[in-house]
Structures are given as structure tokens and as C-alpha cells.
Ligand binder design. Structure first.
Ligand code: ATR
Length: 275
């Protein structure tokens, strides 16, 4: 039996164990995936435990994605740029860190909407850790210009500078959105506005959305945020955040096993667990 797991704090509500155990079963792989409640002060010891116990793969979630980098042997270039690791591969005792969140998001977006990002101008709302990972992946996918708007403009400017190494970027305050909305066809919320329990918050004013926009939200609790509901009501196409969770897990599965992830089965079991 090959061993896998996830480190987080809290970890109780993680859907990763049911999703990955279903994936192993569907693919005919003899693997077991467990959830570990790891406190921040125990993270270094827990990572040593991956080697000692011979775990093949570990996912890392909140609040450990940044700090875990201190304990690994090697870090993939994308994870280094984003500054966060969510997937560890154990190659005979050598631990390598990856970040599958951003690429998982882009795979979900392409599979579920068919959008071609190459040459497109996009608007990203927010400038935190989630925005960083996804903006890097959008740049690598060929987006020609990423407008980054944040409540705290200084953070948007800072992120725009980092991602500016990979494509054209513009950092904005929320009061400057009206100048850019007509130039983009894709709008993405990465802020926590609208996330349970703040379900009534909106990341930007709805009157600035257009019916030609594709509007996406990383949040999947609730499945459809107020932002997406109101965007759909004005005629925009919408895309929710559940696919990002599924595909970040699919990439982890593929890095660990070298086998294509059984995405349909993974989605089915996660959707069932949320309903
Ligand atoms: P994460 O890693 O999930 O991105 P984070 O780094 O704490 O978390 O970033 C949260 C993001 O959501 C930030 O862009 C934050 O804006 P500020 O930088 O101005 O704090 C944004 N955010 C949180 N609540 C918000 C709200 N009610 N309205 C608008 N933006 C909000």
C-alpha cells in the first residue's frame, strides 16, 4: 500500500481524503490517503515524518503552504515564484514541493468554459496568496494583460510588479475599475468577499460587469456566490471555484502516480459530499 495524506490546521472539513481515496479506487491503485491535524509548531517534525514513514505524497493546506517550504529538499520553479507549496512528492527520501493550485484553476477554467486565454486581457480582483498563484498561472497560459485590482491598492501594485516578469500587468485600486472593465472579457474574484459566512459581500460593484464578460469566482462555499448569481442575472457567463479544488487534486494525483486522474469520479464524490 502506498501512503498519502494532507497536513492542515484545521483539517476536519477537508474534502481531500474522500476525493483522493476515490481517485485511487477508480484508477485501481493500492493507495490510502489520510488527513493529519498538524499545528504550526509541529510542521517541521511532521515533514520529517513523511520520510520516516515512507509517505509517497502529501498535500499541504492552510496555514502551512508558505512555511512548509523551509523543510523541503527542492522546490519547483512555479512554487518558488508563487511562494507557496500545496503538494509534496517524496522520491526515495528526497522531498520536492510543487504548487498545483494555479494550474488546477486554469485547467478547470478551460475544461469547464472552453475559454482560450492566449492574448486575452483579464481582470483579477484581490492581491492575496490566492491571487498570486492564479495570476502567475494566467500569465503562463498567455494572458496578454492582467489588471489587478485590490481594496488595498499597494498590494495590487506589489503583485503586479511580481507577475510583470511574465506578462503585462497593471495594479489598480477599486476606484479605477470603471476604466478597465470594457477592455477585458474575463473577470476573476480571488478575494474572500462572498465566502461563507460573509455571503452577502461583493468583491466589486455589479453595475461594472458586462454581459460579454466571463465571470469566475475561486470560492466554492457557497457553490454559487452572490457575485456569480448577480453576474449571471445580467447575462454574463459564470464559472465557480469547485473545479479548482478538484483539478489541484488531480494534478497532485498525477505527480504522485504518473497516471491520468479520474476527474469525473473525483468530482462526483466531492459534489455528493457537499450536497
Ligand atoms: P488568500 O490567500 O485567500 O488570497 P489573503 O492573502 O488574506 O487570503 O487575501 C485576501 C484578499 O481578499 C485580499 O486581496 C483582501 O484585500 P486587502 O488586501 O485589501 O485586505 C481581499 N478581501 C478580503 N475581504 C474583502 C472584502 N470584504 N472586500 C474586498 N476585498 C476583500
Amino acid at each position: 500500500t502506498v501512503l498519502y495524506g494532507v497536513f492542515g490546521d484545521p483539517i476536519r472539513h477537508s474534502r481531500s481524503p474522500i476525493m483522493l481515496n476515490r481517485a485511487f479506487q477508480e484508477a485501481g491503485i493500492n493507495g490510502v490517503y489520510a488527513a493529519f491535524h498538524v499545528k504550526p509548531e509541529d510542521l517541521g517534525e511532521a515533514v520529517k515524518g513523511i520520510r520516516a514513514l515512507g509517505y509517497r505524497g502529501i498535500n499541504v493546506t492552510i496555514p502551512h503552504k508558505v512555511d512548509v517550504m523551509n523543510y523541503l529538499d527542492e522546490i519547483d520553479e512555479g512554487a518558488l515564484i508563487v511562494g507557496a507549496v500545496n503538494t509534496i512528492v517524496n522520491d526515495e527520501g528526497k522531498l520536492k514541493g510543487f504548487n498545483t493550485d494555479g494550474i488546477g484553476y486554469v485547467r478547470s477554467l478551460k475544461e469547464e468554459t472552453g475559454i482560450e486565454l492566449k492574448g486575452k486581457r483579464v481582470l483579477v480582483l484581490g492581491a492575496g496568496g490566492a491571487a498570486r498563484g492564479v495570476a502567475y498561472a494566467l500569465a503562463k497560459e498567455g494572458a496578454s494583460c492582467i489588471y489587478m485590482a485590490n481594496r488595498t491598492k499597494a498590494r495590487a501594485l506589489e503583485l503586479a510588479e511580481t507577475i510583470g516578469a511574465f506578462t503585462q500587468t497593471v495594479g489598480l485600486g477599486m476606484d479605477e475599475l470603471a476604466d478597465v472593465v470594457d477592455q477585458v472579457e474575463f473577470v476573476l474574484n480571488t478575494t474572500s468577499a462572498g465566502m461563507h459566512p460573509h455571503v452577502d459581500e461583493l468583491p466589486m460593484p455589479i453595475h461594472l460587469l458586462r454581459s460579454h464578460h466571463l465571470v469566475s469566482d475561486l470560492i466554492y462555499n457557497p457553490r454559487i456566490t452572490r457575485f456569480l448569481r448577480e453576474a449571471e442575472a445580467i447575462g454574463a457567463r459564470i464559472h465557480g471555484g469547485l473545479g479548482m479544488f478538484i483539478y489541484q487534486g488531480a494534478y497532485a494525483f498525477e505527480y504522485w502516480t504518473g497516471t491520468p486522474a479520474p476527474v469525473a469520479a473525483m468530482r462526483q464524490v466531492v459534489e455528493q459530499s457537499l450536497s
